[in-house]
Write a protein that binds this ligand. Structure first.
Ligand code: UT7
Length: 326
């Protein structure tokens, strides 16, 4: 039975920084409140002329290079995003495929909010292990700034822009040990995109969240999910080399880290510098760890994510790429 492996990781981080002190000038908030409640100090914002597909394309090119492949070796391109270039079509995946010069490739978007990258991992693993595809490019990319109301202090402090990508290919070893994805649509109204005003189809979509309710369910759900995936695979948390969680709120990450009894060295945290980049947050955090030399070939990593829908999931895998070279 052929086995799938994550052969590379890469990211693209926009240059423009939106700091807490910038936000203090825009809404009624303070750096102290934001840091205490979320751990976020700054986030990146894409340029006006950059869309989610542009950010994703830059991460994708690097991910393909790092997998030692050519663009034309990619036979499926899957994108997770909640801030696509266009509403319904064309998909951001099709836009990225066009940017890459890929003309005959399976390309589609997955809508699973902040859990999107874990959903993509599962899809890519299934494609490769079934023999349907050989090299699947998976991309989490977000221009969340395009769906944020910058007069809403409860939301604009949380989110940032960026992209991360990886390539899943065949391997002779079983490196993607397990993936669990789940959803519960009954909670959809707690975190959703609405039209800014219902009177016109031209008004933009904006994100809204009942933050405190989402927070409590996220902590409970994620804590149970990581414990379950470890138990199911007979793996003790002390055997994890790196825990790379979705970066929504430092307090959520710390609660799960404590439940797993993991040291700070084993936990990757980027929320302070990028904020919540939704589907891009896990591959962006993974790439930071990779470029810092913290993530190496064969390392056992645990991922978890929770987001709108609700959706959530976790993954246990050994990194299958080459070690980072500058
Ligand atoms: O990635 C997808 C999943 N998302 C998440 O997991 C996010 C989950 N939620 C959270 O991270 C937290 O709930 C937030 C960071 C969004 C909010 O923190 P909180 O401790 O749950 O605060 P809260 O919503 O209960 O608000 C407490 C107070 C309120 O004032 P009152 O009603 O107590 O007078 C808010 O109006 O803080 C107020 N507040 C603010 N104050 C200063 C809300 N936003 C701000 C702000 N600055 N930016």
């Amino acid at each position: 039975m052929p086995k799938a492996s994550l052969k590379s990781i890469a990211s693209y981080i926009p240059n423009k920084i939106l700091s807490n002190s910038d936000l203090e000038k825009m809404v009624d908030t303070t750096d102290e409140w934001i840091v205490k409640r979320t751990g976020i100090k700054e986030r990146r914002i894409a340029n006006d002329d950059e869309q989610a597909s542009d950010l994703g394309t830059k991460a994708a090119i690097k991910a393909v290079e790092r997998a030692n492949l050519k663009i034309e070796d990619i036979d499926a391109l899957l994108v997770a995003t909640l801030s696509p270039d266009y509403f319904t079509m064309p998909s951001t995946a099709c836009k990225i495929a066009a940017n890459l010069g890929l003309k005959d490739v399976t390309a589609f978007d997955v809508s699973a909010a902040c859990t999107g990258f874990i959903y993509l991992l599962e899809q890519a693993k299934a494609f490769v292990e079934s023999g349907l595809k050989k090299n699947v490019l998976i991309i989490g990319t977000e221009k969340t700034s395009s769906i944020i109301d910058y007069s809403d202090r409860s939301m604009c402090i949380l989110f940032g822009d960026g992209a991360g990508a990886g390539v899943i290919s065949l391997d002779d070893q079983n490196t993607i040990l397990d993936i669990h994805t789940a959803s519960n649509g009954n909670f959809g109204n707690l975190l959703m995109t609405q039209r800014a005003q219902k009177s016109s189809i031209c008004h933009p979509l904006i994100m809204q969240m009942k933050g405190n309710e989402v927070f409590k369910i996220a902590v409970q759900t994620l804590s149970n999910d990581v414990v379950n995936i470890l138990a199911k695979n007979n793996i003790d948390s002390k055997d994890i080399d790196l825990f790379i969680p979705h970066q929504a709120n430092l307090r959520i990450i710390k609660a799960v880290q404590e439940r797993l009894n993991l040291s700070d060295e084993k936990c990757v945290i980027t929320v302070h510098k990028y904020g919540n980049t939704s589907a891009a947050s896990i591959p962006m955090a993974m790439n930071d760890a990779y470029e810092e030399g913290r993530l190496k070939k064969g390392d056992l990593i645990l991922l978890d994510a929770f987001g709108g829908g609700f959706t959530w999931g976790s993954a246990l895998l050994k990194f299958g790429g080459e070690n980072y070279k500058q």
